[in-house]
Design a protein around this ligand. Structure first.
Ligand code: 3H9
Length: 695
């Protein structure tokens, strides 16, 4: 009865304490499962203890199954069988939770005969975020403990439930203060003293709730029709009214079906991708200490960045040109923080403390003492150069000078200073206090510790940083600029903007490109096309005629009430003038329109996106394919269950992509060119996943 390398047993009087110690998050891999099985069986056989109490070492209770084991042959004991076995323990079996009991962790707790948790602990069933459903009895035991509606809410949202709420629901029996081992021991003694009740969850009855099941399924069909795992999750929960073994067998079937789906492969790729992007060449450099930040520009971006920094507890000096602009910036920041309080992201007290950290002033002179400056003025190289020249004179030695530019050359900006090693791009996404992506743009001379500081700042702001090289648009906007042309070509050639949007929404995007354009403002694209007009190659087909005409009419999208669509009383309606504009543009270009089916729309759009993404990897702008995936998942509304453009590309295969590009090139050989990387992959039979290996 000695346990194994990750599960140990300690006898304290009549209590057998079982400790799981499997860093970093005590995931329930084979060693943990086997250790628990042997420990609980051994203690029962031994006959000395009166209660068994499980707790975890380190920062958290079991955070779920070991995700890295998915896709490999299962190794007995598998979780659902093990938890049944544990639940049948003759000795009372309890657990003490700290940190987060998630997925298979919470399922372990629910298989115990009582559960206690420390203040601050959280519990949840996040399998849905991995394209799965709770597969170790969670869909059967949660309804028995807390009822069908609450079980549906927790399993479908995947949210982390605070311990107080979990206690009120009946998921946790008692909240107890102390170190996990002490709490486990005290709770076990309470069981011996008859002060803490124990019972087997699978013995409890479930109150049927067909209305809740049907309403939830109907909502899923209208809101998330493309996804398998939420639907299967509801069906599994509905099965909780069956005899326990039957419900459990059905849950297992559904779990295995989801585990074998592209949906879960995409979402698991996204989970590991978000963490893998932190693996950069500069990761061993020591970040500089950032205690204060300066933000230049109080517009939407500057205010959003300031809000994000203040929410992370960093004092901000906001700089604007005029008092009026400054007042507008402060007002926006205040409204952003109020919004965060309303959404439950921060307390009113924290908001007040954050606002107290804001200093607002006109002129750059007040930035002499800050550790990092983020310039967020409008996109004009001359203006930016002038600002960086001044910052070079004003800022203290060692201060980091960052630009929030979305596409301009960081090296050219850095060259206006005497300290190019301290200059980098920090490209936030709008709204900056909500969007979690940060592109850290590394110039030719940016110092490693400056890059590392960008990543550390992102972590502090609870954002995910992706390393990008210098080029027009970096990773995201460079690829976007390319594939948006496809959307315009599709419309010129015969598809309707609404059809294009609906086809892509069917693929999984929250909004199609025309609705997004209307939301962002069509004037942005209009100005970009004007800016690039002089450099547009003569062979390039011009796709902007329709959008140009909309902007020239003053129809710049939502903010003007009209763009590709008309916006009235919160509704999106057809623009009655759009067809005439489209007809005129087609006639002007001598095009006879043809029909497109939705699949061709998706194929062309995605192939264009993948082509440019392949070039971005090949050019070294992105370190690996997964970096592109994370940029699109976190910054461009790419459907998470598709895993990102290059994960999705692997589901098509390089050979088929090359074939498609060559076919499209028959009509437009300038736009549709096979990227050398894709050609090589097709010849060698390799995938983008191969290039991600060893991260
Ligand atoms: C499940 O349980 C299925 C069952 O229902 C049925 C089975 C039959 N496995 O996030 P962090 C790694 S599905 C393997 O940076 P934090 C992670 O990759 C599972 N590895 O820490 C990272 O590695 P690295 C349901 C895992 O403190 C390191 O641990 N559970 C797992 O910011 C640190 O992670 C979940 O979905 C895992 N389960 O956040 C929970 N989890 O350092 C997933 C983490 O090499 N996990 N790693 O990059 C989380 O949400 C967060 O990790 C957690 C800690 C909140 C726990």
């Amino acid at each position: 009865m000695s346990g194994n390398e990750v599960v140990s047993i300690e006898e304290v009087g009549k209590v057998a304490l079982v400790c799981i110690d499997n860093p970093p998050v005590n995931a329930g891999g084979y060693g943990v499962r086997k250790g628990l099985q042997d420990a609980v069986a051994g203690i029962n056989a031994d006959g000395r203890a009166e209660v068994i109490a499980i707790y975890c070492a380190g920062r958290t209770f079991v955070a779920g199954a070991d995700i890295t084991e998915f896709g490999k042959p299962p190794r007995a004991p598998i979780m659902p069988d093990l938890y049944n076995e544990l639940e049948q323990s003759a000795l009372p079996l309890i657990c003490a939770i700290h940190g987060t009991a998630l997925g298979g962790g919470l399922e372990l707790a629910m298989a115990c005969h009582a559960r206690v948790a420390v203040p601050g602990a959280r519990v949840g069933l996040p399998e849905i975020l991995l394209g799965l459903l709770p597969g170790a009895g969670g869909t059967q035991r949660a309804p028995r403990l807390i009822g069908i509606p609450a079980a549906l809410d927790i399993a479908l949202s995947g949210r982390q439930v605070p311990v107080e709420e979990a206690h009120a629901l009946g998921l946790i029996d008692r909240i107890m203060e102390g170190a996990p081992r002490d709490v486990a021991l005290a709770a076990a003694r309470a069981v011996i003293a008859g002060e803490l009740a124990v019972r087997r969850t699978s013995d409890l009855a479930v109150t049927p709730d067909d209305a809740a099941i049907e309403a939830t399924l109907a909502k899923l069909t209208s809101k998330r029709p493309a996804l398998l795992s939420p639907r299967r999750c509801v069906q599994a929960v509905a099965g909780a009214t069956l005899p326990f073994a039957e419900g459990l067998a059905q849950e297992r079937r559904f779990f295995m079906e989801c585990l074998g789906s592209d949906e879960s492969r995409g979402m698991i790729h996204a989970f590991f991708g978000e963490r893998a992007v932190a693996n950069i060449p500069e990761k061993t450099a020591t970040p500089r200490d950032i205690q204060s930040i300066g933000v230049i520009g109080g517009g939407t971006m500057g205010s959003g960045i300031s809000t994000s920094a203040l929410m992370a507890g960093l004092p901000v000096t906001l700089v604007e040109v005029t008092d009026e602009a400054l007042a507008r910036g402060v007002k926006t920041i205040t409204a952003n923080l109020d919004g965060a309080v309303k959404r439950g992201k921060m307390s009113a007290q924290k908001r007040d403390a954050a606002l107290a950290g804001l200093t607002a002033m006109t002129g750059l002179d007040g930035l002499g003492n800050v550790d990092l400056v983020i310039e967020a003025v409008f996109e004009n190289m001359e203006v930016k150069k002038e600002i960086f020249g001044k910052l070079d004179r004003i800022c203290k030695p060692g201060a980091i000078l960052a630009s929030n530019t979305s596409y301009l050359d960081i090296d050219e900006i850095a060259a206006t200073t005497s300290r190019p090693a301290d200059v980098l791009g920090l490209h936030f996404f709008s709204p900056a206090h909500i969007m979690r992506l940060l592109e850290v743009v590394v110039g030719a001379r940016t110092a490693p510790e400056v890059v590392a500081t960008g990543f550390a700042l992102a972590r502090k702001m609870k954002k995910v940083a992706v390393r990008a090289g210098v080029c027009d648009g970096f990773i995201g906007n460079r690829i976007l600029g390319h594939y948006l042309k496809t959307a315009s070509y599709l419309v010129l050639d015969g598809a309707h903007p609404d059809q294009v949007d609906k086809a892509l929404e069917g693929f999984g995007f929250a909004m199609g490109p025309h609705r997004v354009g209307d939301l962002a403002g069509l004037d942005i694209g209009y100005m970009t096309r004007k800016r690039l007009a002089a450099t547009r190659p003569a062979e390039e087909r011009y796709g902007g005629a329709i959008a140009d005409r909309l902007s020239e009419n003053g129809w710049n999208g939502r903010k003007t009430g009209k763009g590709y669509f008309v916006y009235e009383d919160g509704k999106t309606l057809e623009n009655p003038d759009l067809n005439a504009i489209i007809d005129e543009a087609r006639a002007g270009a001598g095009i006879t329109p043809r029909d497109f089916d939705d699949q061709e729309i998706v194929d062309r759009y995605m192939t264009a996106m993948i082509s440019e993404a392949a070039r971005v990897v090949e050019d070294g702008i992105a370190l690996r394919p997964v970096d592109v995936d994370v940029v699109f998942l976190m910054g461009y509304g790419f459907p998470r269950f598709r895993g990102g453009p290059l994960h999705y590309a692997d589901t098509i295969g390089a050979a088929e992509l090359v074939r498609r590009i060559e076919a499209y090139a028959q009509e437009d050989a300038h736009y549709w060119q096979v990227p050398a990387l894709l050609r090589r992959m097709a010849d060698e039979g390799t995938s983008f996943a191969d290039m991600n290996k060893g991260i």
